[in-house]
Ligand binder design. Structure first.
Ligand code: ADP
Ligand code: SF4
Length: 688
């Protein structure tokens, strides 16, 4: 039962004409599916309704075709064709008693209109300010444009109400919405009554909200989402200006939702930002308005949530990532099951789904965006098919996930791990600078397994093919992981390069095992995600002089997708790492390395004492191959299936491994599907 300490989180809170059942507020978040995968996005929200959230929002919904953010895939409310998908999502959100919120976005200077080819509109003449520096400018709106903009909003309000939404939120945060472009002196250089003073810059917001009240305010709450600070100093819409604005318009919306700065600043990873990082920026805002306030901060700790409410920082606990990692977070707190919470690790793999326009995935919650496609659920799974027993070899993220979910199905499971520690790469990597929260991948699964009487864990158990054949388990999952290569092979070098034997060459595995280079170290990163930069940080901490060499144009280039790239590069530059981009490794000599410019091929020498190769990995698939070679003996030994999963199958990020473990459990003893697709999808109907 619920700990009375947390009762305050379950108080109903009024938002204008509607009332939320509790203080858990899933703020809008993208999912990489949007209008392309409407049923997948709707079912994902339905699961959150089941999980007890009081308010559940859509992702950003583009209100009019004159402002869209192609290539990114969100939702649209352009005409009647969009209504069935939006209504389906509202119904899904309502299914278990949550209020449905819709985030209405007019992107202004943030929308290049690559799809609709309309000329973008903004407060002032401005280049399109998005991730991709498109060669497009927005035209400054004249009065007629502003009248049109108000009209387009009215159409969206009426449609949103008709689709069943309870809360209409105007998006003006993260630099993504026209409201912020009007509020900020940087993007609003108008000289009419919409520019200049704060009162003038907030005029559009005032008009849009009063229009919303006239249209739908009797039944729908009207909210606004703003950044706590644009992070552009006094030139931008600063925290001080926000405070003045909230004081000036204290009763304007039914609810204030405060996000932060840019999206990068708002959704910082755990490597750079702790839980509740925006506390100083939000403190005092609630006292300026009688309306309820929402704040975010990657909240996963119920005690932290209670403190935020008790100290008057916010009325609603806003959450995107914590609701993705655990859609049942409110329910678990309500039922006194704190230890069952699957805490977000703050890795931003979910964000990469939006940034790559694919479907989002989550490291912790493998069912995220598979709820409709595959029928996966974050908490339940169909019962076992038979009394067959399952052996899982390797207790990294793949093996732990497989053992947990197979155990949940009710099978007898043995999880054998070669070392004394569980967690595999997650345990090793969580000891690196900034990555401690990643251990939650292990801790959640180990915690769940520890409660299951049908799952037994065997440590210090390095298994051979003979062991596996002799044990008598019917189904075997091999999750034996991967190791980093030492030979320089990755993307730039697909074939081996000359390596002088006298130069010490380390891999990330060596460093994680405590074997460290000294002196001047070249970290060669042809992996392009976090590992190279994390190891560079580690080596600086250990007193090494570090030269970071990469064939990419930026440090940790792929981490653009996790919104970390800029912060990582700044961190390396600030800690004194010598950064050499667009340089591929040609050879390693006794006293240094030769690198080549990736554009011109011109070579240069960098003298060093050691090299750390952050390149590709090789699967540890020896056990699987040995078993495969003895397939003829399987039947006699009672073996029905042997499957290779996770990094041992093909190395990737941790989220791929947890997914592989979950998938193994879902598909164990499932009927064959032949040539059918292993997921559902929605294909657009052709118009006549
Ligand atoms: P993944 O990301 O796929 O889960 P990891 O490398 O994190 O892979 O984990 C693999 C785990 O498997 C490691 O903890 C490793 O010690 C263990 N392992 C490797 N080979 C064996 C084996 N033959 N028997 C038991 N455990 C093994
Ligand atoms: Fe949290 Fe990572 Fe899951 Fe995103 S992908 S919700 S950051 S655990």
């Amino acid at each position: 039962m619920r700990d009375p300490r947390y009762d305050i989180l379950f108080e109903p809170v009024k938002i204008g004409p509607v009332t939320a059942r509790n203080r858990f507020y899933q703020v809008p978040h993208c999912n990489g599916g949007g209008y392309r995968d409407p049923s997948a996005a709707a079912e994902m929200r339905r699961i959150k309704s089941e999980g007890g959230w009081g308010v559940i929002f859509t992702e950003q919904v583009e209100i009019h075709h004159t402002s869209e953010i192609t290539p990114f895939i969100e939702l649209r409310i352009w005409d009647e064709d969009d209504m069935p998908g939006l209504a389906k999502m509202a119904d899904a959100i309502h299914s278990n008693g949550a209020l449905a919120g819709i985030e209405l976005a007019y992107s202004g200077a943030n929308g290049p209109n690559l799809y609709t080819r309309e000329v973008p509109l903004a407060p002032s003449h401005t280049p399109i300010l998005t991730f991709t520096s498109d060669p497009v400018q927005a035209r400054a709106m004249d009065k007629e444009d502003i009248r049109n903009l108000r009209h387009w909003h009215k159409l969206a309000y009426r449609r949103a109400k008709r689709a069943g939404y309870d809360i209409l939120c105007l998006y003006g945060a993260h630099g993504f919405g026209v409201i912020q472009h009007f509020l900020s002196p940087r993007t609003n250089q108008r000289t009419d009554e919409y520019g200049g003073s704060l009162e003038n810059r907030s005029r559009l917001l005032k008009e849009l909200i009063s229009d919303a009240r006239d249209e739908v305010g009797d039944t729908c709450a009207i909210a606004v989402r703003l950044s706590l600070d644009e992070l552009a100093g006094e030139q931008g819409f600063s925290n001080a200006q926000l405070r003045d604005m909230v004081a000036m318009h204290a009763e304007l919306p039914d609810l204030w939702d405060f996000a932060h700065g840019t999206w990068e600043a708002c959704s910082g990873t755990s490597r750079f930002k702790p839980e509740g990082a925006q506390e100083d920026l939000i403190r005092g805002l609630k006292q300026l308005t009688p309306r309820p306030v929402v704040g975010v901060g990657r909240f996963t700790s119920a005690d932290m949530m209670v403190r935020q409410v008790r100290q008057g920082l916010m009325d609603f606990i806003g959450a995107a990532r914590p609701s993705i990692a655990d859609p049942f977070l409110p329910k678990k707190i309500d039922e006194g099951r704190i230890e069952d919470i699957r805490e977000c690790i703050g890795c931003n793999i979910c964000v990469t789904g939006d940034m790559t326009m694919s479907l989002s995935r989550c490291t912790q919650n493998s069912s995220f965006m598979e709820e409709w496609r595959k029928g996966w659920h974050p908490e339940t799974i169909r019962p076992k098919q038979s009394d067959a027993k399952v052996l899982v070899v390797g207790a990294g993220p793949a093996g732990l996930s497989a053992a947990h979910k197979v155990g949940l199905r009710g099978y007898e499971v043995a999880l054998a791990e070669a070392t004394a520690e569980l967690g595999g790469r997650v345990t090793r990597e969580s000891r690196l600078p900034g990555l401690s929260a990643w251990a939650r991948v292990r801790d959640y699964r180990h915690g769940q397994i520890a409660k299951m009487t049908n799952v037994n864990v065997y440590r210090d158990s390095a298994l051979t093919a003979d062991d596996v054949l002799g044990f008598g388990f019917e189904n075997i999952a091999i999750a034996t992981g991967a190791r980093w290569r030492r030979d320089g092979i990755a993307r730039y070098n697909l074939l081996p390069i000359p390596l002088a034997g006298s130069m010490p060459v380390f891999t990330p595995d060596d460093l994680m095992a405590g074997s460290l280079p000294t002196g001047h170290v070249v970290v060669y990163d042809d992996d392009h995600y976090y590992m190279g930069s994390v190891l560079a940080e580690l080596l600086v901490q250990k007193g090494c002089k570090v030269t970071f060499v990469t064939p990419a144009t930026k440090v940790a280039e792929w981490s653009f997708n996790t919104l970390e790239q800029g912060t990582i590069q700044a961190r390396l530059l600030e800690t004194g790492v010598d950064v050499r981009v667009t340089r591929g490794l040609s050879s390693v000599e006794a006293d240094g390395v030769t690198v080549a410019c990736t554009y011109t091929g011109r070579t240069e020498r960098i003298g060093c004492d050691a090299v750390v190769m952050v390149t590709a990995r090789l699967p540890e698939d020896g056990l699987f191959l040995a078993l495969k070679a003895r397939e003829a003996e399987w039947a006699d030994n009672g073996i029905a299936s042997v499957k290779l999963i996770g990094d041992a199958n093909a190395p990737a990020a941790i989220a791929w491994a947890t997914y592989a473990g979950h998938r193994y459990a879902e598909e164990l003893e499932a009927p064959p599907i032949g040539d059918a697709l292993p997921f559902r999808r929605e294909v657009a109907r052709l118009k006549d």
